[in-house]
Design a protein around this ligand. Structure first.
Ligand SMILES: C[S@@+](CC[C@H](N)C(=O)[O-])C[C@H]1O[C@@H](n2cnc3c(N)ncnc32)[C@H](O)[C@@H]1O
Length: 216
């Protein structure tokens, strides 16, 4: 999807992907994903997720990247903070405490600009992108993560013929091609046959959580 698609969704308030609580997989797998911290955690395509504040409260240094200025405003309204704002590369940067938000295009993020990350929390990020952008996204994230670092990957898979994305179907096999040579451990999987995606015409909607490890 091109950037305008997402900017319009925020302007029109079509943000059904936003959760009103910290994501259950982040809480459930905190011990596996965040052991040995504090870590430097990247949250790409972060929207206005409450996960940012939760991670920062736990002592991690958190960087969210998000296209929409409206989403960024919502993050700081929720945090109840007045961040320091400046320009950083091609991003509008806002910072307070351990949380930094970069408003701009994730594809402009480089290790030279941002430094290396220990962890990446991908919730509804890779699945938000069309196939061509997914290849570039995974390469971008792979470069930003330090050797030995981990991605906690929330993904969806379903019969793509039954529904247009986003969210797109991203199978375990596709993840293995994006992150070839990395370790991969499926932590959780469930198949939903009711709810929002069933209403969009899907027979089955599989939600998975995988821990991906970049070789040291
Ligand atoms: C499906 S939403 C998920 C948001 C968040 N991860 C969550 O769990 O609530 C995808 C988000 O990615 C943002 N986005 C899409 N393309 C982007 C890009 N190229 N760079 C940065 N953010 C982008 C959209 O504005 C949107 O907020």
């Amino acid at each position: 999807m091109d950037p305008q698609f997402w900017l319009s969704r925020w302007e029109e308030g079509r943000t059904g992907f936003h959760g009103e609580a910290v994501h259950e997989d982040l809480v459930r797998f905190e011990d596996r994903f965040l052991a040995g911290g504090p870590h430097r955690v990247l949250v790409p395509l972060c929207g206005s997720t409450l996960d940012l504040g939760w991670l920062a409260e736990r002592g991690h240094e958190v960087v969210g990247i998000e296209l929409s200025p409206l989403a960024v405003d919502a993050i700081w309204a929720t945090a109840g903070e007045a961040p320091v704002r400046d320009r950083h590369g091609d991003f509008q940067r806002s910072r307070a405490g351990r949380l930094t938000v970069l408003q701009g295009d994730v594809f402009q993020a480089t290790p030279e600009l941002l430094g290396p990350f220990d962890r990446v929390w991908d919730r509804a990020a890779i699945v938000a992108l069309d196939p061509e952008r997914r290849v570039r996204y995974a390469a971008t994230v792979g470069r930003l993560l330090r050797p030995g670092g981990l991605i906690l990957q929330n993904a969806f898979s379903y019969d793509q013929a039954q529904m247009d994305g986003p969210p797109f179907s991203v199978t375990a096999g596709e993840l293995q091609t994006h992150y070839a040579g990395w370790s991969s451990e499926l932590l959780h999987k469930e198949v939903l046959t009711e709810g929002r995606m069933a209403e969009r015409g899907l027979d089955a909607f599989e939600v998975s959580c995988t821990l991906l490890g970049k070789p040291a």
